[in-house]
Design a protein around this ligand. Structure first.
Ligand code: LAN
Length: 727
């Protein structure tokens, strides 16, 4: 199939679609989809809200607020604005972009499965890619703030061409220039090779094998894929199926042309086996281990003479796991990568008339988000729980929850949280190697259906905080909170730490089999200070309110978790962040845990070391600023600009530590107040999050939740310090 011809503007200085016609639809459970209204009448009957306008990057025209004369007043101004961004069901929708390798999966996967997009969606995806092309060379990086790589450039180039951009369009010409300069698409990392092979513009022979047979091995083996990190194994399932069947889109004019455009040499003269380990230097973060490089030739030889009944059985096994995953998650799967691969696999086996095909087609929309720069594919189907968890705790901790004007919004938030808790284990449970879910909250919605340790914890904390309010009903019963505790107690690792989705299942040497080249630490679960802290603080808040339930076990769990946090403090005094950028993020969490254990600046050398290090990084303007490269290189790298979100994390760290000197806190507060806009909002600054060491990801709601939280808390804290000084 091919998409209908499209007239594409030369650059993004003109409108691609009418921005006044887009509406965000918030559906059941907090589902986000964007709809384009075609007629004047529809637009008049369904006016654009501040929520729509804000995320589309249009002026919201919300009123200027009275100048804040205290941190608390600034926090309230922030919330006055932020309440306009709360959806009717109580949660705060938001963009979750950043990675630049997801949209191509959406486009290539849809194209090879015969699924279309509306003209407006195509134009907005094109606009996004135009806007995100690197200003220096016209390529794309692994994420929006990174330098151009082959991963980003080869895949997004193919996506643009599928979407209908002509090869002579200036954006394509420029992108082709950098792509060829970097060696052409033969130098793509493995995941790009995979998508290009699916599209039939790269040969399967040029891939390191992804044999589905691994799924036939006994579960007890230490390297069985069910022991891998859940994202890696969930991607590996459909990848191995599609590799096993050697899926290829049929040749057509576009495919033939792409074979010419993507490569610096003649496609038909390429010796493919030599390309398996050819990866552009710029992309390479985790080079293959000797072990991995030694196994591949053996597997490649097997690939020449697979035993057909065995291959069939392996494909069937992988396919079965794909079906279970689809059914467990309402056809959205764990994440956006597996989503599109499962979709292609279901198309391959069941065709276009099947229910699976239709359900998959519809669920693509959960990941598609229209932002100010155009339409993107998000890192998950949203960050609903994560965002509501922080803002509700912020409002309660700052004392703003008792203000009449805030009550309704908090009650709506509690209602959302109540409905978002998972109350059962997965439909397919042990059969699809899943951990339990009863009692959990996930990162986004209930339907997505995955426990994440810290999301369950932050969800529970938010509920406990809100249900403490005199005016709030106890929507979530003690029994349901006990389920959360029971689940969290199953997730601690032997060294006391907590990982993300499951306890660690595999040995650490599995990292030697990391095939992805562009990501680090992806083969197994690891412990994270952030996840560990969320869990210990949640358990401790639970215990304070319900002291009779599993008290001793909770106590022991917390003690062991603190032991883990002690062990992972770095020599310079801070903790390395894995999910937020970077040291300010993780240290905020770690110091919260330590303070809970009674360790503060006055009695703990560790805490003093952490605070002194942070204070040493405070800039002359009162703020802090770290680059995403800190995560990549595991060392503090200054950002060229001060970041107000990171300033909040640093100040929160100092407050958790009971830092006794007001100045650094006061200066941080002033910076964050100075950056607040007259309507109470804050501008978007640099990207806030990270995953797998190399890929930055946006948490745009942090620019509200953390300033409001920090300012509210600092207001009381600074007051206390002043009182103490007076006595
Ligand atoms: C996320 C997003 C949320 C994040 C936190 C809750 C913040 C963290 O504390 C635990 C890990 C978790 C749940 C997490 C894991 C990895 C995710 C799902 C992501 C960063 C969002 C996107 C990313 C996913 C792996 C992207 C798809 C790419 C692959 C390499 C499969």
């Amino acid at each position: 199939m091919s998409y209908a011809p499209l007239s594409v503007p030369k650059d993004t200085s003109v409108a691609f679609t009418d921005s006044a016609s887009w509406r965000l639809v918030v559906g059941a459970g907090g589902r986000h989809t964007w709809k384009y209204l075609h007629t004047e009448e529809e637009r008049a009957n369904w006016p654009q809200t501040a929520l729509d306008k804000f995320w589309l990057g249009l002026p919201t025209n919300l009123p200027e607020l009275p100048q804040a004369d205290s941190p608390l007043a600034a926090a309230q101004n922030g919330y006055t604005f932020y309440k306009h961004l709360q959806a009717h069901d109580g949660h705060w929708p938001g963009e979750y972009g950043g990675p630049m390798f997801l949209l191509p999966g959406l486009v290539i996967g849809s194209y090879v499965s015969g699924m279309g997009f509306t003209t407006e969606e195509r134009l907005e995806m094109i606009r996004y890619l135009f806007n995100r092309a690197h200003p220096d060379d016209g390529g794309w990086g692994i994420h929006v703030e990174g330098p151009s790589t082959m991963f980003g450039t080869a895949m997004n180039y193919a996506a643009l061409r599928i979407l209908g951009v002509d090869k002579d369009h200036p954006v394509c010409v420029r992108a082709r220039g950098i792509m060829h300069e970097l060696g052409g698409a033969t130098a793509s990392p493995a995941w790009a090779k995979f998508w290009l092979a699916i599209l039939n513009v790269y040969e399967w022979e040029g891939m390191n094998p992804i044999p589905p047979e691994l799924w036939l091995l006994p579960d007890a083996l230490p390297f069985h894929p069910h022991r891998w990190w859940i994202h890696t194994r969930t991607v590996y399932v459909p990848m191995s199926y599609l590799y096993g069947v050697k899926f290829q889109h049929p040749e057509n004019d576009l495919i033939l042309s792409l074979r010419e455009e993507l490569y610096a040499e003649n496609y038909y003269k390429i010796y493919w086996p030599a390309q398996r380990n050819n990866v552009c230097k710029r992309d390479l973060y985790a080079p293959h281990s000797l072990l991995y490089d030694s196994i591949n030739p053996i597997l490649s030889s097997y690939e020449q003479c697979t035993f057909p009944p065995l291959r069939r059985a392996a494909n069937d096994r992988a396919y079965k796991l794909i079906v279970l995953e689809d059914e467990n998650t309402g056809y959205q799967t764990l994440g956006p990568v597996s989503k599109m691969m499962n979709l292609v696999a279901r198309f391959h086996r069941e065709g276009t008339d099947s229910d699976a095909y239709k359900l998959h087609m519809e669920k693509r929309y959960d990941f598609m988000w229209l932002g100010a720069e155009g339409m993107m594919m998000c890192g998950t189907n949203g960050s609903q729980l994560w965002d509501i968890g922080f803002i509700t705790q912020a409002i309660v901790e700052s004392g703003l929850a008792d203000a009449e004007e805030n009550k309704e919004s908090l009650l709506e938030a509690l209602d959302w949280l109540d409905k978002a808790q998972m109350t059962e284990h997965p439909l397919h449970y042990e059969t699809s190697y899943r951990h339990g879910t009863k009692g959990a909250w996930g990162f986004s919605t209930k339907e997505q259906g995955y426990t994440v340790s810290d999301c369950a914890a932050e969800g529970m904390k938010a509920v406990l905080y809100l249900q403490d309010l005199s005016y709030a009903p106890k929507l979530v019963s003690e029994e349901r909170l006990r389920d959360t505790v029971d689940l969290l107690l199953t997730m601690q690792n032997s060294n006391g730490g907590y990982a993300s989705y499951e306890p660690i299942r595999g040995p650490s040497w599995l990292e030697w089999l990391n095939p992805a080249e562009v990501f680090g630490d992806i083969m197994i679960e690891y412990n994270y200070p952030e996840c560990t802290t969320s869990v210990v603080t949640a358990l401790s808040h639970f215990r304070n309110r319900y002291p009779h339930y599993r008290n001793r076990e909770i106590q022991q769990t917390i003690k062991r978790a603190i032991g883990y946090l002690h062990a992972t403090q770095r020599p310079e005094g801070v903790w390395l962040g894995s999910w937020g950028i970077c040291f300010t993020y993780a240290t905020q969490f770690a110091l919260e845990s330590l303070s809970l254990n009674g360790e503060t600046y006055s009695n703990s050398a560790r805490v003093r070391k952490a605070c002194d290090y942070l204070v040493g990084k405070q800039r002359s303007d009162g703020g802090w600023g770290e680059s995403w490269e800190s995560c990549e290189q595991s060392r503090w790298i200054e950002h060229k600009e001060t970041q107000h979100v990171q300033t909040c994390w640093a100040v929160m760290s100092l407050m958790y530590a009971q830092y006794p000197y007001a100045d650094p806190i006061d200066q941080g507060v002033r910076l964050v107040m100075a950056r607040q806009l007259p309507d109470g909002s804050w501008p978007q600054e640099a990207i806030e999050g990270i995953f797998n060491k190399t890929c930055a990801i946006a948490y745009p709601n942090f620019k509200f939740s953390f300033p409001i939280w920090m300012l509210g808390k600092a207001h009381h804290y600074l007051h206390e310090l002043k009182e103490r000084a007076r006595v």
